[in-house]
Ligand binder design. Structure first.
Ligand SMILES: NC(=O)c1ccc[n+]([C@@H]2O[C@H](COP(=O)([O-])OP(=O)(O)OC[C@H]3O[C@@H](n4cnc5c(N)ncnc54)[C@H](O)[C@@H]3O)[C@@H](O)[C@H]2O)c1
Length: 324
């Protein structure tokens, strides 16, 4: 494979993080940035003066040296942009949600597979060292049998007009919960509430049931007085809590639970332990993984299949929100 040559399409709030990270990791291999807004050019030039800027996606499509494109435009544009890039033979990392319909994600996945291209979705938490540490503890049996997971993702956040809170926030939580539960849910229930914009949910609560009596819930809201990102994982031997909004001691391990002694539940209680994890930023690890997969021709952890599984759960939850 040729040397890595990267472009970032969509240089808004999150896309600039991609530009900054790609510039730090790959230097002048970040060749292009693209945005429909002229103010983005100035912001990109401050971070990556060497990086060419264009309003026209075709400049990237027609540059045969470009082999890796990161798409960080609004969700409703992902499908058309990613499809055009894959059809032009580019490996693509698309931000979450990969598309707004699972059928479209399947189409992208099929194009990528039949052309031996990498298609990856930005399910950032699958690259978070704390989440990988929880998965390691589960695999090593330190938590015992997985019983319950819940995720709160709450903030006075960016209210989107083109998608509701479920589609904006919950792809992260669904991807993590399915990653830890080791599959897709058998049952999905969801309730939500609309306050700010007609027809767009501001808060949702989704309940998931997985094979093996594993249960989960996801509470997301952008109408909340402070930022909270809390993931709680309960096993029958012990429990873990990951709070990404804390400054320090984000990951804790609790030897807590109940044991049945002579048929009666007896509480096991003790102090928590802080769990150390690698401090590299998840976005760096995500982009490095994208580059490695391109270099080695391997499937990413958050590949097209993974993206489809998350979208299907989102669609099932959305149908419940709409009482379908
Ligand atoms: N992985 C994460 O943790 C994370 C965090 C925040 C946002 N996101 C995702 O990143 C994406 C972008 O979010 P954002 O908050 O940066 O949005 P944003 O609105 O701030 O930025 C989007 C940018 O895309 C540009 N754009 C729109 N259509 C375009 C087109 N056709 N071609 C080129 N540029 C175009 C806009 O001008 C804007 O600069 C969304 O999919 C969002 O869900 C992911």
């Amino acid at each position: 494979m040729n040397e890595l040559c990267i472009a970032v399409v969509g240089c808004g709030k999150w896309g600039m993080n991609h530009v900054r990270t790609a510039c730090a990791l790959f230097g002048d291999k970040l060749k292009w940035s693209c945005d429909s807004d002229k103010w983005s050019e100035k912001k990109v030039k401050e971070i990556a003066p060497h990086c060419r800027f264009t309003f026209d996606l075709d400049d990237i499509i027609n540059d045969s040296t470009v082999n890796a494109v990161i798409v960080s435009t609004p969700a409703e544009t992902h499908f058309d942009i990613a499809k055009a890039l894959l059809k032009a033979g580019k490996n693509v990392l698309v931000e979450k949600p990969i598309t707004l319909r699972s059928g479209e994600a399947k189409e992208l996945h099929d194009i990528a597979v039949s052309n031996n291209l990498v298609l990856m979705v930005g399910h950032l938490l699958l690259y978070h060292p704390a989440v990988l540490k929880i998965r390691q503890y589960l695999d090593e049996g330190k938590l015992g049998k997985l019983q319950y997971i819940y995720s709160n993702r709450l903030n006075l956040g960016t209210i989107r007009t083109e998608e509701n809170i479920l589609w904006s926030f919950a792809p992260h939580d669904i991807s993590v919960i399915q990653f830890l539960a080791g599959g897709v849910p058998e049952e999905v229930e969801a309730r939500g509430a609309i306050f700010v914009q007609k027809g767009i949910h501001d808060t949702t609560l989704t309940n998931l049931v997985f094979k093996g009596n594993i249960h989960a819930h996801i509470f997301v809201s952008w109408l909340h007085p402070f930022k909270e990102q809390r993931l709680v994982v309960i096993g029958d031997r012990s429990m873990m809590v990951f709070e990404d909004t804390l400054k320090d001691n984000k990951l804790k391990y609790y030897r807590k639970g109940f044991e049945l002694i002579d048929g009666l539940p007896v509480k096991i209680d003790s102090e928590f332990e802080n769990v150390e994890f690698e401090k590299t930023s998840p976005l760096e690890l995500e982009q490095l993984h994208f580059a490695e997969c391109i270099q080695n021709g391997t499937a990413p952890r958050s590949d097209g299949r993974n993206a489809i599984e998350v979208l299907e759960t989102l669609e099932r939850a959305q149908a419940k929100l709409m009482n379908k």
